[in-house]
Write a protein that binds this ligand. Structure first.
Ligand code: PLP
Length: 395
C-alpha cells in the first residue's frame, strides 16, 4: 500500500532523544556497553506514597473513564498545588489534566495558532515547540539564547521579535536543554513587552522544582499575564513519573473548556488511578523530591567540573533541570558528527545541540539524571573521545 500522507505531516518534526535512544539500544543488542546521557528522565523510582496511592485507587475501582479534564479531586489537588507554588489563586476549573504534559503543548498550538501566525520559541529549545507550531501552520520566530548571557533570553531581542502577527510565545524556565533560569528582571521586561501585543504565552514550567539557584517565577504571576498565559507542568520530572503519563495545563477557564474539547477528541482522559496517584504526590510529603534534587545538584557539580577539565570543552553551570549544554566548538564545530562519534566509537549516548535548534550548533546536551559511576565513566569516555576525534577529524 502506497503511503499518501496528509501534507501537514511534512511539517512535523520529532524529538531526537528517542531516536538516539533507539540507536543506543540497537548497539547494546550487539553486545556494546553504552553510557546513557541522552534521555531526559530522572533515574529515580517514583516515590512509594505515589505508588501506594495508585494501588489503592486500582483496588477502589478507579479503572474507568474520568471526565476529560480530570477527576474533580485531582483538579482540586493541582489547583491547590499551583496556588501554593505560584503565589496566585487557581481554581479547579482552570486545570486540565492530560496524559503527560506534552499534550498541553500540542493542544495549545492547535487551539491558538493558524497559518500566518507567528510563534516565538526558544532556540535552543525543546524541539516539540517548533514541530507543533509548524504543524499548526504557524511561522516560527526563534528567540536565540546565548551562552554569554547564560543561555537566558535577552528581553530586548524578545521585544524586537514581537509583531502584530505574534500569536504565541513559548517560555521554558528552568530550560531544556540549557538549564538556564529566567530572572524576575527578565520576566518583568518580557511581560512589559507583551502588554502591547495580542500574544498568548505558553509557560513550560515542568522543571520548576528542579532548581539549584535563583528563584522559580511564573510569568503568570506578573501583572496582566494570568489572563494570557497557559502554564504547562506535570509529574514526569518532579516525581519521577515519566512512564505514568500525567501532566496538566493551567489557563483561563474559557480556554480550559476548549482544551478539554480537544482532549476529548484525542485521548478522552488521563488514566483514572494515575490521576489519584499524582494528586497524592502533590499533597503528600515532598521529602523524596528534595532528596532527588539534592542528588542532582551533586551530579551537576561533578559533570560541570569533569567537562571543564577536558581540553577544548567548556561548560556553564546550569541553575535548574538536569542537563548540561557544553560548548564543544573547539573539538568539532559539527556537533552532530561529534555526537555520532561519541555514540558509535566511545559508547556514550549524548545529543547534538542542533537537536534543539540551529543555535545549538557546536554544543552537546548531556542529561546527568544518571548514577555517579555512570557519569564518571561517561566523562572518561568523552575525554578519551575528544583526543581521538580531534586526531581523526584534524580539528
Ligand atoms: N517540556 C519540556 C521542556 C520537557 O523537557 C519535557 C520532557 O522531556 C516535557 C515538557 C514533556 O513532559 P511529559 O513527559 O510529562 O510529557
Amino acid at each position: 500500500m502506497e503511503l499518501h500522507l496528509a501534507r501537514r505531516m511534512e511539517l512535523l518534526g520529532t524529538e531526537t532523544a528517542f531516536e538516539v535512544l533507539a540507536r543506543a539500544k540497537a548497539l547494546e543488542r550487539q553486545g556494546r556497553h553504552i553510557v546513557h546521557l541522552e534521555v531526559g528522565e530522572p533515574d529515580f523510582d517514583t516515590p512509594d506514597n505515589i505508588k501506594d496511592a495508585a494501588i489503592k485507587a486500582l483496588a477502589d475501582g478507579y479503572t474507568h473513564y474520568t471526565p476529560t479534564a480530570g477527576l474533580w479531586e485531582a483538579r482540586e489537588a493541582v489547583a491547590a498545588y499551583v496556588s501554593r507554588t505560584r503565589s496566585f489563586a487557581v481554581t479547579p476549573e482552570e486545570v486540565v489534566l492530560t496524559a503527560g504534559a506534552k499534550p498541553v503543548m500540542f493542544f495549545a498550538m492547535l487551539l491558538l495558532v493558524e497559518p500566518g501566525d507567528e510563534v516565538v520559541v526558544p532556540d535552543p529549545g525543546y524541539p516539540i515547540y517548533e514541530s507543533m507550531a509548524r504543524f499548526a501552520g504557524g511561522t516560527v520566530r526563534p528567540l536565540v539564547l546565548r551562552e554569554e548571557n547564560d543561555f537566558r533570553a535577552d528581553p530586548d531581542e524578545f521585544r524586537r521579535l514581537l509583531t502584530s502577527k505574534t500569536k504565541l510565545v513559548v517560555l521554558n524556565s528552568p530550560h531544556n536543554p540549557c538549564g538556564s533560569v529566567l530572572t524576575r528582571g527578565d520576566l518583568t521586561a518580557m511581560a512589559e513587552a507583551l502588554a502591547g501585543s495580542k500574544a498568548w504565552v505558553l509557560s513550560d514550567e515542568i522543571y520548576g522544582r528542579i532548581l539549584y539557584e535563583g528563584e522559580q517565577i511564573s510569568i503568570a504571576s506578573l501583572p496582566g499575564m494570568r489572563e494570557r498565559t497557559i502554564i504547562l507542568d506535570g509529574f514526569s520530572k518532579t516525581y519521577a513519573m515519566t512512564g505514568w503519563r500525567l501532566g496538566y495545563g493551567v489557563m483561563p477557564a474559557a480556554l480550559a473548556d476548549r482544551m478539554t474539547q480537544l482532549a476529548t477528541n484525542a485521548t478522552s482522559c488521563a488514566a483514572a488511578f494515575t490521576q489519584l496517584a499524582g494528586a497524592a504526590g502533590l499533597s503528600g510529603s515532598q521529602e523524596s523530591v528534595e532528596r532527588m534534587v539534592a542528588e542532582f545538584r551533586r551530579r551537576r557539580d561533578l559533570i560541570v567540573r569533569g567537562l571543564n577539565a577536558i581540553e577544548g570543552v567548556s561548560c556553564r553551570t546550569p541553575q535548574g533541570a538536569f542537563y548540561v549544554f557544553p560548548n564543544c566548538k573547539r573539538v568539532d564545530a559539527d556537533s552532530g558528527r561529534f555526537a555520532a562519534f561519541l555514540l558509535n566509537e566511545m559508547g556514550v549516548a549524548v545529543l547534538s545541540g542542533t537537536a534543539f535548534g540551529a543555535s545549538g550548533a557546536g554544543y552537546l546536551r548531556l542529561s546527568y539524571a544518571n548514577s555517579t559511576p555512570n557519569l564518571e565513566e561517561g566523562l572518561r569516555r568523552i575525554a578519551a573521545g575528544v583526543e581521538r576525534h580531534r586526531a581523526a577529524a584534524k580539528v
